[in-house]
Structure formats: C-alpha cells, structure tokens
Design a protein around this ligand. Structure first.
Ligand code: ADP
Ligand code: MG
Length: 868
C-alpha cells in the first residue's frame, strides 16, 4: 500500500504577451513555488485592497515553453509506471476554459509533438508490454463523457448517427461493497497502441460531433479516458487489475464577481455544477475530521471516487493561463490545487485471483481428489487395465527396477489397478527367481531325480505293493504285540493265584505228606494250578479227586504247552498237544475249581490222620469206620506195591516234565525276545527306506546281517522248542499212561474193598439172629464209657445203601455209583460223645447196622493186636 497525497503540477499556457505577473521557482527537493504578483494597473479586474502577490506550492510547475514530452515524462510516466505495477492512477487536468486542459491531456492536432498525455501514455504502456514478454497484459479502453450529470459512452458507435441526447446514458451502479460499476459504458479492448489510439480518436471525434455551439460540450463536459489494464503471470491465477483515468475536466470557469457587483473572487461560483461537487468532495477529504465524503452528489465524483481519497495514485495538473485577464481564474485554480494537494490517498496493489483460472484450478483439484478418493475406496473407472496401459506400466516398472538409484520411486498415480498390477508383476518376478534358484540347487540331484521319476513310472505299482505289504506287516505285528501283552497280563494273574495256593498247600503239607501213595503228589504246586484241566472220562469225580494231583501235573504241563504254542502263532498252535488231549479237556465240566474242592476236603479230614484222604471230599466221605476199614484193607492189598511204584514213576516223570516245561518257557521267552528284536530291526529298515526314498533303496536289496542272525537264532530256538515239545509230549503220554494204570489199580482196590466189605457184612448178618434186640440193647446201654468202642461212630446209613448179600453181585460200576453218592455219606464226629444209634425198625437194615459194628470191632481188635 502506498500512501501519498495527490500530486499537483502546474502548467502555464503559452501566451504571446506575458505580463510578468508570476514568478516560478522549481526546486528539485522542495517542489515548485509559483507566485503571482498583481500589477497595479490591473485595477479594473481587482479590488484595491487585494493582496499583490499569491504564492502557491506545486510539485512542479511547467512554464509556457514546456514540451508535451516533458509533461508526459514528469507527470504521466510515473503514474503509468504505477499503473503497470498494479495501482490505480488518475491524472486530471483542472483549469479554466482554454487554459490547455485538452491540449495537455489529449494534445494538439497540428503537430505530432503536440500529442498529449493519453497518446503518449498509450504508446508508453504498449512499449512496456512489448518489453515484458513474461507477463500477459490485457488492455481495455473506455471513454466516458459526463455532460450535465449524464454520462455518455464516447466509444459507442451510435454516436455518429445519433444526437447526444439519444445515446444510451451511462448509469452508475453500486454493489454491496460500495464499488462503482458503470452500465452502458463499453470497454473496448486494445490489442496494441494503434487500436488504443484509434479508440481515442474515435471518442474525440464523437465528442466533437455531439458538440454544438449551444451546448458547448467541449468546455462544459468532463471526459474520462480510462485504460483498464490486466496483468498476469503465465500459469498463475493471480491477476493485477489497474485503471488509469486520464480526465479532461470541464472548464472551471466561474462567474466573475467583478462582473457581478464586486463579489469576491473566492466566492465566485462554478459554471459547471459538478465541479462544485468536486470541490465539496475535495474540501471534505482535506478536512480530516469529516467522516462523510459527498461522492454521490455528482456523477463525476462518483466515477472518480477511488481517485479522490481512495485507492489511487492521483495527479492533478492545473492548467494556468497567465495573461492578465485570466489571472483571477488562474489564482482560483491554484487555490483549488492547494486543497487537492492536502488529500491523502492510499493506493493498494489491485491483485485478485482470476476466477476463470481459479475455477480451472479448483476443477483440477477436485478431479485429483476424486481420483484419490476412488483409490482409497478401491473403485476403478474400468475393471481392468488395457493392454496398452499394461505395457506402459510394465515398462515403467522395468525402468524402476533397473534404475541403480536406491532412492528412485515408482510413481503410479492414483490408480489402484496399477498398484495391484505392479504387485502382481513383482510377485511373478519373485516366483520366477525362486524357481531358478531351486533349479540351480537341484541340478546336482537332477539326474537321480530323473531316474527316480523313470523308476517311479515303471515300478510304481510294485513299490505301492511293497508299501501295502509293509503296512500289513506292521498291522500284524501290532496285533501280535497286543495279544502278547494280554497273555503276559494273564500270566501275571495266574502267577499271583499260584502264589496264593502255594501258601495254602504249604499249610496242608504236613498232613498230606503222611498220606502214603497219592497224597504225595499234591506237594507239586503246579498241580494246583492246572489240576482241573485233565481227567479221564472213565473216572468219577471222587476218583478224580484222588488222582487229581498227579494228573493235574501233566495237565498243567500240557496247559503250559498250549499256552506257549499259542504265543507262537496259529501255525504252531495247530500242532499243540492240546489237540491231542482234547478229549481230556472236554471232560472238564465241573464248574467248581478242582483245587478248591481239594482244599476243602483236605481241611475236613485233618483230624483223621488222613490215610485215605485222597479218596474223600467234602460231604462225600466214607464213614469213619469204613474209612478205617478201607485204610487197613489198602495196606494189606497186593496191588499196593504197584501203586507205590507207579506213583514214584509218575512223580519222576512229572519232575522231568516240569523241567522240560521250564526249559520250554525259557525257549519261548528267547524266541519272543528275538522276534521283538527282529521286528524292531525291520521297522528301522522300513523307516530308512521311506527316508531314503530318493533312490538309495532298491527292492531287491540284501537282508541286513543282523536280521539274518536274528532269523537264524529264531530258527535254532524253534528247533529246540520243537524238540522239547516232542519230549514233553512223550512224557505226557507216559504220565497219562501211568495215571491210567493207577486209576485201574485204585478201582480194583476199591472194588475189592467193597466186595470184602459186603462179604464181611454178610458174614455178620448170618451170625446175628436178633438184630433188633441188639440194637435195643445197644440203645439201652448207651453210655459214653461202656460203648465207646462200639458206638463211637454210628453212621446214618441209608437203607438203600446198605448192601445186602443179594446186592453183592452188583458190578463194580454199582460200587462206583455208591462212591459217587457222596451226599449220602456222613462224616462222623469222632471227638464228640457217642450218640445212640436209632434203629430203623427194619429188621434187615438193623441187622446190617449191627453187622457193621461188629465187623468194625473185629477189625479194630485185629489192628490193635500187632501193635501190641
Ligand atoms: P481547454 O481545453 O482548456 O478549453 P484547449 O486545450 O482547447 O483549452 O486550448 C485552447 C487552445 O490553446 C488550443 O488551440 C490549443 O492548441 C492551445 N494551447 C493550449 N495550451 C497550449 C500549449 N501549451 N502549447 C500550445 N498551444 C496550446
Ligand atoms: Mg478542452
């Protein structure tokens, strides 16, 4: 912003008869001083008491000989430069009619050198435009004439055909910002100096045409020639708009006081009213206390609003005619100029944004933002890039990748498709590179892989078959493992049982060992375990009990063998001795465990001395008397020796079988261990084959030496196993045979005993005549002390089982049946008091009872005799 007062200049109009009434002193620094000295002879024009000299200060006063060129350079050019810089500028000429205002502003028509400020300024401006090629200048011209407060467009072409009154009037419009706009005032663009001068000429011509002697337009109108300048840097939206008003005012002629009854010169009135308002405005502006400036009072002040006290660098040229008759007007002009000089203007740079350029820039920005938004939203104009776009993009990427500069960037613009395509391109290149690297690293094994591929193609089926085979092997081995584990658990359970029975049998051994013959076998703990597994179909249960311990030894062995074989698979199992003894096993129908029965019977007879214990079982014992009789009978029996021998032999063979069984178990365990090792080895080999699938494995490869050794060991152990099994079978057969012999002897003894017992009973029956009396006698004499021998034990004999002589002819089978009726035999408590024997009342039965008692007594007496 440039603050400065209105610059005032003075110009003297040449006159042929200079009166020497003024003196002029132009100082470079202090400005010009113009002094008017009124000569005394001018009394006709002035009052007597008037001052003789008037001094005025100007910036510069151009004397009569001043050239138009000087005026331009000193006055117009600085203003033109300001206008070129973007400030508004105004040069107006003020003076009485004929003082040279028009000559100064427009120039004379006779000589080229008489060109005034307007043409020279136009020439200067266009010259400057041509010198500054970096800036775009646009020039428009308007030419306004204000006559009687009415504005006319001097550039309107209708001037030629119309009268001034018929021309459209220029109207003053004011916007909300109090900016003045002139309607009907045309702005004619002047592209060059010639066009601008032509417009000037056109306007002046129109002015002259419209002037008539009546209206005296040339002296009573104001003409404002305005150059509208637009300056813009190329590519910039900033515009500088400035206006240069070159104003040729109407003559400031006043009504002379002298001519109107001696009024003071200063009080003379403007002929032109608008000049009066102009003075009012200037007066207001010069008085700083005035807040209201009456611009609107006239059209001239409205149009020149910015030039007076506003945004303008304004210059005034006071045209002075210094001949004597115009002195008063000149002094009035100078006075006016002095007031104008007090006005301070604030010129500002008229920069503004070009709306067109601004709109263009905003549109471009909106487009960019829309693209960015689309990119952020993932939207695309079209779904895919075109082929050309892809080619261009890939060229761009290649250039980016090949650029050695590490800081180079890849500018893809706001296009998500390009971004995605670029990433796809990078991925593709990366995969290609990785593939190449893999190929390089695999070159060494490429041949092997090729061969393998060939082998795979040819031998794929065989390899698959092998794989299935190995899978089957593995599954079989796993099953076997499970079975073996189950059997191991069973064996542990059996061992625990054995331990229990060992304890029990050890408690029973003292009694058992006293039993001659059969009883000795029960010391074998193994017999307790498997005693129930073997018996003969020809034996009754009781007999089985008698023979159980020995038979069970063999059975135990066979059971053990069976168990062992079963561990070695079905093939071995089929040759198990169990099949051989299947008939024996089929007889095991008694759900009660044999060992339990044995144990119970054993306990039940502990107090009897136990000589015949093996014959007995709980609830099926012989009566005490008959037992004693049987005991004695056995001792004397001729077969007893055979029994003893067989018994010893069975025991020996059983021991051998036991040893073999232990050996067999050891062999079995060794085989199991070897098989375990072999399985492990084969699994390791299988795993190595899978890991070594690259080609080290060949289907026809040799067996591992360790595997071979294991297989050989297993073979040897199997041979030993089979040998042992064979020996065990032989032993079992022998033991079985001996058992059968023993059974036969036992049956024979039993049969003999029964026969003898019946015989004895029959004999006694024949001796007795009144058995009933005897019974009664016995009953009547039943006293604990006297009849102990006879009545210590009286069996409750079922009459059906008391054998009469008629029944003696019964077969041995019948005898066996008697033994089988175990429930009908009663145990007699020998330790308790002797109960009375209740006779049945049946004569025959009671006779049997008495016969029994007697026979028993005889036997006891016999027995007692040798001891004594
Ligand atoms: P105005 O416009 O003030 O009424 P003009 O400019 O028309 O007066 O001048 C009147 C006459 O005086 C014109 O013929 C003009 O040529 C002449 N004149 C004015 N000033 C000068 C000057 N400085 N040098 C030569 N002639 C001049
Ligand atoms: Mg004029």
């Amino acid at each position: 912003m440039v603050k400065q007062t209105i610059q005032i200049f003075g110009r003297m109009k040449p006159t042929k008869n200079p009166a020497g009434v003024y003196s002029l002193d132009n100082d470079e620094l202090m400005g010009a001083s113009l002094e008017f000295v009124l000569p005394k002879d001018l009394t006709d024009g002035f009052v007597n008491n008037k001052r003789e000299s008037y001094r005025f200060r100007f910036k510069k006063v151009f004397d009569q000989q001043a050239k138009q060129e000087d005026i331009f350079k000193n006055i117009a050019k600085p203003v033109a430069d300001s206008v070129l810089a973007g400030f508004n500028g105004t040069i107006f000429a003020y003076g009485q009619t004929g003082s040279g205002k028009t000559f100064t502003i427009t120039g004379g028509a006779e000589h080229y050198t008489d060109r005034g400020i307007i043409p020279r300024t136009l020439s200067y401006l266009f010259e400057r435009f041509s010198q500054d090629s970096s800036t775009v200048y646009t020039t428009h011209i308007s030419y306004l004439e204000i006559y009687n407060e009415v504005g006319y467009d001097l550039l309107d072409p209708r001037h030629e055909a119309s009268r001034l009154e018929d021309l459209p009037k220029v109207l003053i419009m004011e916007d909300t910002d109090q900016n003045i706009h002139l309607r009907n005032l045309s702005l004619q663009q002047a592209a060059n100096e010639e066009e601008a001068l032509n417009l000037l000429f056109l306007g002046d011509t129109n002015r002259m045409i419209s002037e008539t002697p009546l209206n005296q337009a040339s002296t009573r109108s104001h003409c404002i020639f305005t150059v509208h300048l637009c300056r813009r840097e190329p590519g910039s939206a900033t515009l500088q708009r400035s206006k240069l008003h070159l104003v040729d005012l109407a003559g400031s002629d006043r009504v002379s006081k002298t001519r109107l009854n001696g009024l003071l010169l200063t009080e003379a009135k403007y002929i032109n009213l608008s000049l009066h308002f102009l003075e009012q405005v200037i007066l207001a502006l010069s008085e700083r206390s005035r807040s209201h400036i009456p611009y609107r009072n006239s059209m001239l002040t409205s149009v020149l609003r910015d030039s007076l006290g506003g945004n303008c660098m304004t210059t005034m040229i006071a045209t002075l005619a210094v001949d004597k008759r115009n002195l008063d007007e000149s002094i009035s002009t100078c006075r006016f100029a002095q007031r104008v000089a007090l006005i301070k203007n604030e010129a500002i740079l008229n920069e503004e944004l070009d709306p067109v350029l601004l709109i263009a820039h905003l549109k471009e920005e909106i487009l960019t933002l829309k693209k960015e938004l689309a990119m952020m939203m993932g939207e695309q104009k079209s779904k895919q890039l075109s082929t050309d776009e892809i080619l261009k993009l890939e060229e761009l990427i290649k250039a980016f990748l090949n650029d050695p500069d590490p800081d180079v960037t890849l500018s893809l613009g706001p296009d998500m498709r390009k971004v995605q395509h670029s990433f796809l391109y990078f991925k593709k290149k990366l995969l290609e590179k990785q593939s190449e690297e893999n190929q390089c690293s695999d070159q060494s094994s490429a041949a092997t892989r090729k061969n393998l591929a060939h082998i795979s193609a040819v031998d794929m089926n065989s390899l698959k078959g092998m794989l299935r085979q190995r899978d089957n092997e593995i599954s079989i081995l796993v099953k076997m493992l499970k079975k073996e584990k189950q059997r191991a658990d069973d064996a542990v359970a059996q061992l625990s049982k054995i331990a229990i029975y060992q304890n029990l049998s050890s408690q029973s051994l003292p009694n058992c060992s006293t039993v001659p013959g059969f009883g000795e076998g029960i010391t074998d703990p193994l017999s307790l375990n498997h005693g129930a597994q073997a018996t003969s179909s020809s034996l009754t249960r009781e007999e089985y009990v008698e023979l159980g311990d020995d038979v069970s030894t063999v059975s135990k062995l066979t059971g053990e063998i069976t168990s062992t074989y079963s561990l070695n698979g079905q093939q071995l199992k089929s040759t198990s001795p169990q099949s051989r003894y299947g008939n024996v096993k089929a007889q095991q129908e008694d759900p009660t465990p044999k060992e339990n029965r044995f144990q119970e019977s054993h306990e039940g007879h502990m107090n009897h001395g136990g000589h015949v214990l093996p014959y007995m079982k709980k609830g099926s014992q012989l009566s005490a008397g008959k037992l004693e009789a049987f005991e004695i009978f056995i001792k004397d029996h001729e077969e007893q020796k055979i029994i003893e021998e067989n018994k010893k032999l069975i025991k020996k063979r059983s021991a051998e079988a036991e040893t073999l069984s232990e050996h067999l178990n050891q062999v079995r365990n060794r085989i199991a261990e070897l098989k375990k090792q072999l399985q492990m080895k084969r699994r390791q080999r299988a795993a190595q084959r899978f890991e070594d699938v690259e080609g080290n494995y060949t289907p026809g490869g040799k067996l591992d030496p360790i595997e071979e050794d294991l297989c050989e060991q297993i073979k040897q152990e199997k041979i030993a196993y089979k040998t042992t099994i064979g020996r065990l079978k032989t032993l079992s057969t022998e033991i079985e045979h001996l058992q059968l012999l023993l059974e036969k002897v036992k049956v024979k003894i039993q049969t003999d005993f029964q026969r003898w017992w019946s015989q004895e009973a029959s004999n006694l029956q024949g001796c007795e005549t009144g058995p009933m009396a005897g019974f009664h006698t016995l009953s009547s004499h039943a006293s604990p002390s006297g009849t102990v021998a006879m009545c210590q034990v009286l069996p409750e004999i079922n009459p059906d089982h008391c054998y009469s002589s008629a029944q003696d002819a019964r077969s041995s089978r019948s005898t066996e049946d008697d033994f089988n009726q175990s429930s009908e035999w009663r145990a007699l408590d020998s330790s308790g008091p002797s109960p009375l024997v209740p006779l049945t009342g049946d004569q025959r039965v009671d006779a049997d009872v008495l016969a029994f008692l007697r026979a028993r007594q005889n036997l006891l007496s016999k027995k007692a005799a040798p001891q004594q």
